[in-house]
Design a protein around this ligand. Structure first.
Ligand SMILES: Nc1nc2c(c(=O)[nH]1)N[C@H]1C(S)=C(S)[C@@H](COP(=O)(O)O)O[C@H]1N2
Ligand SMILES: [Mo]
Length: 238
């Protein structure tokens, strides 16, 4: 969804309209999440024939493949790396704050993963460079009471993810996308990336990671969207 409008019902009606506009040509121009863009029937067909290492189909049900990320809106924060601070806190033994240089010094990894947006688009092989949430958690020392991760972002945006899922090796805090510094519409300077949940869990303009004992539904989870958001189960709405 886009939250230029911040209206989940509008997102729903846009998703419906997109199905109606679908045509039989190779690439169709569709309205998804409030923007116009090209769906590749060829990429969708090829990817649908693939199976992931974990046995799940490469493309979750109801998704079609586009060539690159679409900016989906949201209220940006300060894009400068110089002013950046990330707070790691909550149910941890040693809370800390990192500036951009300190974050980069944590030992960056580059990971390729697919992105699945609840409005129906999927981008394959997105290349992210950043630090895993797991590494950030290990540095803080999790308390045994920690069960969920709350990604905190500019303007009060939050997204909740189960701890077990947040500690996977491809869940990260990223500052590069496709080998370039993350652009402002996509969350500069730093965003979360949670590949196996719908993309709204991947908070842009990230300011903090808070480990909590009790779950705290976030921005979209309190506006009609599913609390868990597994694309393979089509956990789109509450
Ligand atoms: N801070 C913040 N992060 C956010 C959002 C937002 O509004 N604010 N929107 C979410 C939604 S609904 C989606 S689909 C993705 C879109 O990311 P993109 O604009 O890079 O495609 O970011 C997510 N992260
Ligand atoms: Mo979204």
């Amino acid at each position: 969804m886009t939250n230029e409008t911040q209206d989940p019902d509008l997102c729903r009606s846009i998703a419906r309209r997109d199905f109606i506009m679908r045509a039989a040509s190779g690439t169709v121009i569709a309205a998804l999440g409030g923007g116009l863009y090209a769906i590749s029937d060829r990429l969708t067909r090829e990817a649908k024939a693939q199976t992931r290492d974990d046995g799940r189909p490469r493309v979750p049900p109801g998704q079609r493949v586009i060539e690159t990320l679409k900016p989906m809106g949201g209220t940006p924060g300060d894009p400068s790396r110089a002013n950046f601070k990330l707070r790691v806190h909550g149910e941890v033994k040693s809370p800390y704050e990192l500036d951009f240089a300190e974050l980069m010094a944590m030992g960056p990894v580059t990971v390729r993963s697919d992105v699945h947006c609840v409005t129906g688009w999927t981008m394959l092989d997105a290349k992210w460079t950043g630090v895993t949430v797991k590494a950030l958690a290990e540095r803080a020392g999790l308390e045994s009471t920690a069960r969920h991760v709350i990604f905190e972002a500019a303007a009060g945006y939050t997204a909740n993810v189960r701890l077990r899922e947040a500690l996977r090796d491809d869940v990260m805090v990223a500052w590069d996308f496709g080998g370039q510094p993350l652009r402002r519409p996509h969350g500069a300077p730093v965003r979360a990336v949670v590949p196996d949940l719908y993309f709204w869990k991947s908070a842009k303009y990230l300011t903090g990671i808070r480990f909590v004992a009790r779950d705290e539904p976030g921005y979209w989870e309190t506006r009609g969207y599913n609390n868990h958001a597994d694309p393979w189960k089509e956990e789109r709405y509450a």
